[in-house]
Each structure stands twice: as structure tokens, then as C-alpha cells.
Design a protein around this ligand. Structure first.
Ligand SMILES: [Zn+2]
Length: 140
């Protein structure tokens, strides 16, 4: 199943492919201060794929904080938080933010609160390699 989404103005789009039915997909609510401020809900499927297409690089923001091991992709024009991406050894791994998907309401499992604050950098990277979705980032 292909799930399309992106920011509101179209500067960044995302396509998330997964064989897991939306109603069965785990929805995670990270408890870090950034995710709480966005009230964001995240999806990933290590067996799926994500394609992020940056259509207007002049406005898309890559925000880093904490251990600075991932880029949090936000649209600087319309304000939507779309995805977070980690790059490692030339590979990308991503989560997709539920609210940025066109059919967000289909991902209706109760969110699981996740506290990753005890992780060091190695643990954080290892978890993302194992759990985030293999991703391709295209800048137009
Ligand atoms: Zn936008």
C-alpha cells in the first residue's frame, strides 16, 4: 500500500509504502520536547520504503537537535512537520509523521508513548537502523 502525503503547500512530499494495513500499524508518540510541541505521531516499517521529495529546497528546513543524528524535515513556508531522516553509511532511514499523510485518519491505533531519552548515540542509531523505514531522499 502506498500512502501519500507531504506538507500543506507542496514544498516537500512523502510516499510511504508498507504491507502493514494502516489500522494495524504501530503509531508512536515520542515524548521528546520537539515531538511533544508538535504533538506528532510517527510511523515506520523496516520492511517498507519511504521516498521524500524536496520540491522546493529554498523553504524546506532540516532541523537538528539533541544528539543531532537525524534531520527533522519541516516546511519553512507552511509549517508542517513531515518526516525525520537519519543518514548512515550512505543509507537513509526515515519515519513519517501521521498528520502529514493524506489519509492520516486511517492510522488509528492508540499511540504508544516512547521515551528514548536514555539512549546514547550508538543506541539511538542502532534502534533507527532496526526500526525506521529505508528511505530515499530526492531533491528537485
Ligand atoms: Zn509547505
Amino acid at each position: 500500500m502506498l500512502h501519500k502525503g507531504g506538507c500543506h503547500c507542496g514544498a516537500v512530499t512523502v510516499e510511504f509504502t508498507s504491507e502493514i494495513p494502516p489500522a494495524e500499524m504501530e503509531v508512536r508518540a515520542c515524548l521528546c520536547s520537539f515531538c511533544r510541541k508538535h504533538n506528532s505521531r510517527a510511523l515506520s516499517d523496516p520492511a517498507g520504503s519511504v521516498r521524500v521529495t524536496i520540491r522546493d529546497p529554498s523553504v524546506v528546513q532540516c532541523y537538528r537537535f539533541g544528539l543531532a543524528t537525524a534531520d527533522y524535515l519541516l516546511c519553512g513556508r507552511c509549517g508542517v512537520y513531515v518526516s525525520a531522516v537519519m543518514e548512515e553509511a550512505g543509507k537513509h532511514y526515515a519515519i513519517v509523521i501521521v498528520g502529514a499523510l493524506d489519509e492520516a485518519e486511517r492510522f488509528d491505533r492508540p499511540p504508544m508513548g516512547m521515551d528514548y531519552s536514555a539512549e546514547d548515540e550508538a543506541a539511538r542509531r542502532a534502534r533507527r537502523r532496526a526500526r525506521w523505514t529505508p528511505a530515499e531522499i530526492i531533491t528537485l
